[in-house]
Design a protein around this ligand. Structure first.
Ligand code: P71
Length: 458
């Protein structure tokens, strides 16, 4: 199979983008305190900051907005969404939310109490923060291969079941109200979880009566990897694989801003009626009535249609192919990335890209700055700026194992020519990597540092 198939769509509306000059970008970035989050969208040429909420909707989704039923209660779009969710995910109950973290907040507030533990393969940061906000502890049991950028393991997002088992025996099942699996694993490179792993995790949890929830935001991409890589699934439809995944779960949280192909939206789903009732109360308090949950009727319709489109095998083949295409172009030139490439992004391995910059001098952030200066490309650091921890007493830093720069590919937005441009810029930068200098903070906020910190070159 060629590494990239043509777009399975044609373009009906266009949005102009503009490449600034090098001198303009130098001024813009300095003005932003070298924090890419403060650069105006219109000053970015290729925006790979996130694949979340940045998808291009289809003509069918845009048409769906016009049949939005904006009644406060029991709008028709709720029913359509309900049918789609029950068809794909199969859970008894669902609650719409405005995005993924709202589903997390409702779930953990209903299910987790202070001192509880929630194990996962790898919690996303909003998930972790929402667990900690109710006094719980979020713990990760990713397989060790998941932390090795060059490991070719087919399912680097898998949970280490032995460690999970030992952990349950150590702390006791009564302190673990639920466990989670993030599919695909965003932090370790967009890596998938195998069906065998999901099944085994479920078996272990069942023995202890612990429910399993899936963080499903990139589940369709995970489905595609299972079809490609796991024996026995190649001939199943994407819908069949999705149904099998969720058959092992007791519920899920969903940010539909990813594999729902919408700009805003999410949901929480579950089988347990009591949990549903508790969650319903919180939903009404924080999001809105049960049939709209912080969204307009039209948003529900766009989500219902987007969820179906994201399971289209031709779409997924192109989508995953795009990510792989960019990865292969970089690998050909020896650019160090997380291998094999994941579903939604290519992750540069900053430790090997700029080995002369110690983690204390923020190599990932330095790369992010240079990608913008060189080519107007916006990426995001997933390394020391996002995750290093400082000991409040000694002032000493602990640095994360992975120092990555994520190039997230928005869905259905950029063409192969855009990706070739991105590859060319990165390859050129790689050839002069010796000139890249480290960075230091000029302003270091107390938490969620990456959003508001400011920097300068060392
Ligand atoms: C991403 C995002 C969006 C994001 C969120 C927070 C800081 C920076 C960027 C969001 C996820 C995610 C997973 C696995 C839940 C959420 C929250 N990812 N789980 O990767 O990746 O969803 O944004 O709809 O609330 O850029 P939400």
């Amino acid at each position: 199979m060629p590494s990239m198939v043509p777009e399975p769509y044609r373009i009906k509306a266009v949005e102009p983008i503009r490449l600034t000059t090098r001198a303009e970008r130098e001024a813009i970035l300095a003005n932003a305190g070298y924090n890419i989050f403060f650069v105006k969208s219109e000053d970015v040429y290729i925006d790979l900051l996130t694949d979340s909420g940045t998808s291009a909707m289809s003509d069918a989704q845009w048409a769906g907005l016009m049949v939005g039923d904006e009644a406060y209660a029991c709008c028709r779009n709720y029913d359509r969404l309900k049918d789609v969710i029950s068809d794909i995910f199969g859970f008894c109950y669902f609650l719409p939310t405005h995005q993924g973290r709202a589903a997390e907040k409702v779930l953990f507030s209903a299910a987790v109490k202070a001192g509880d533990y929630v194990p996962s393969n790898s919690h996303f940061d909003t998930t972790r923060a929402n667990i900690e906000a109710v006094g719980g502890h979020a713990v990760d049991f990713l397989i060790s291969e998941g932390l090795v950028p060059t490991s070719q393991h087919a399912f680097k997002g898998n949970m280490d079941v032995k460690r999970l088992n030992r952990f349950i025996e150590d702390v006791g099942a009564q302190r673990i109200p639920l466990a989670m699996l993030t599919i695909t694993n965003n932090f370790g490179g967009g890596q998938p979880v195998s069906l065998a792993n999901i099944r085994t995790v479920k078996e272990v949890l069942s023995q202890h009566g612990i429910p399993l929830f899936i963080d499903a935001c990139r589940y369709a991409e995970n489905v595609y990897f299972i079809k490609q890589r796991e024996a026995g699934y190649g001939n199943k439809t994407t819908l069949e694989v999705a149904r099998e995944i969720f058959s092992y779960a007791d519920g899920c949280t969903m940010s539909a801003k990813k594999d729902g192909l919408v700009n805003i939206g999410g949901f929480l789903a579950m089988n347990d009626e009591r949990l549903y009732q508790q969650a319903s109360q919180l939903l009404i308090l924080w999001e809105g009535f049960l049939t709209y949950g912080g969204l307009a009727g039209r948003d529900l319709e766009a989500m219902a249609r987007g969820l179906r489109e994201a399971l289209d095998e031709k779409y997924l083949q192109h989508r995953i192919g795009q990510v792989r295409y960019l990865a292969e172009r970089l690998l050909e030139q020896g650019v160090p990335i997380v291998e094999p490439p994941g579903g939604h992004a290519v992750y540069l391995d900053a430790r090997r890209f700029v080995p002369h910059i110690p983690q204390a001098e923020l190599p990932g952030q330095a790369l992010v700055a240079h990608l913008y200066l060189e080519g107007g490309i916006r990426a995001v650091e997933i390394g020391s700026v996002a995750f290093a921890r400082k000991d409040e007493k000694t002032g000493e830093w602990t640095y994360p194992e992975l120092e990555l720069v994520r190039l997230a590919i928005p869905r259905r937005v950029y063409t192969q020519t855009h990706l070739d441009y991105v590859a060319d810029v990165i390859i050129e930068l790689y050839h002069k990597r010796d000139q890249i200098r480290g960075m230091r903070y000029t302003y270091e906020p107390p938490f969620l540092r990456h959003f508001t910190a400011r920097f300068e070159f060392v």
